[in-house]
Design a protein around this ligand. Structure first.
Ligand SMILES: C[S@@+](CC[C@H](N)C(=O)[O-])C[C@H]1O[C@@H](n2cnc3c(N)ncnc32)[C@H](O)[C@@H]1O
Length: 248
């Protein structure tokens, strides 16, 4: 079984944005989310921290909205893609990419303290244990400016899929097919990412397997409150929870 970092380095990172159907849609949706939820920067010097920034689905809209963004991720490939797209969008000066582990977030927080910290796109479930989730919430709360917001987005794996439902056709085109197969354990989910690439008249298959945690939404809400945050929003769209909590 690969670690999450190995999984991205050797398998997922080069095709992540393709697998998600491209960057334009997710970036536009997140820009709308910032506006609709009142999360735009309150002043010109406002900073934001993007945990598990990936190829920039959140970082770019944050920078375009006026934040100076610290984009933290342990994938060199995805951070390079983020930097390339930031240059194309003319927002490089607003982005500080950091190659690092979000389990060490206290080492990487921006100054002045961020008024917004986001961890979206199911990144939270990549942490190896709920203890790491608790620690991340507490580190993020300590790093946030007073009145700032923490936004977490994660998939709800509490209901197990069975039989053929565990095979998910993620994306396909003429020369490449991405399928995901899920195995449910008590506390974790084993994710098999299967990529078929056309090779002449035949196909090559490459598989990488890693674990995610099955996060209980009630546990997460409890941890946010225990850290002293106030829950201001909690929505579920297509199996994905998005929670907004404020440091009062
Ligand atoms: C599912 S992707 C989400 C990326 C982006 N937020 C989005 O919505 O597209 C998860 C990202 O988190 C990163 N990641 C996972 N665990 C991490 C960790 N412990 N420290 C830093 N980055 C991590 C991966 O490299 C990947 O870019």
């Amino acid at each position: 079984m690969a670690t999450a970092k190995d999984h991205y380095d050797s398998h997922l990172a080069p095709i992540y944005t393709w697998m998600r159907g491209g960057a334009a849609g997710p970036r536009r949706q997140f820009a709308e989310f910032l506006r609709d939820r009142g999360l735009l920067p309150s002043r010109p010097e406002a900073t934001a921290l993007d945990l598990g920034a990936g190829s920039g689905f959140q970082t770019l809209p944050l920078a375009e909205a006026g934040y100076t963004v610290t984009a933290l991720d342990f994938s060199e490939i995805l951070l390079a893609e983020l930097a390339h797209d930031a240059a194309a969008a003319g927002v490089t000066h607003r982005i500080r990419p950091i190659l690092g582990d979000m389990r060490e977030l206290s080492r990487h927080g921006p100054s002045p303290a961020p008024e917004l910290i986001v961890c979206l796109g199911d990144t939270l479930t990549h942490l190896t244990s709920t203890a790491h989730v608790t620690r991340l919430i507490s580190d993020a709360t300590a790093a946030l400016a007073r009145g700032g917001h923490l936004v977490l987005g994660y998939r709800d794996y509490s209901l197990a899929r069975h039989g053929a439902d565990r095979f998910i056709p993620v994306r396909s085109e003429a020369d490449r097919i991405f399928t995901c197969f899920l195995e449910y354990g008590q506390t974790h989910l084993t994710v098999h990412d299967i990529v078929h690439v056309r090779d002449g008249a035949g196909w090559n298959m490459k598989v990488s397997v890693f674990e995610k945690i099955r996060l209980d939404p009630a546990f997460l809400r409890d941890r946010l409150r225990a850290a002293g945050l106030t829950l201001v929003h909690d929505e579920v769209t297509a199996g994905t929870h998005t929670v907004i909590a404020r440091k009062t």
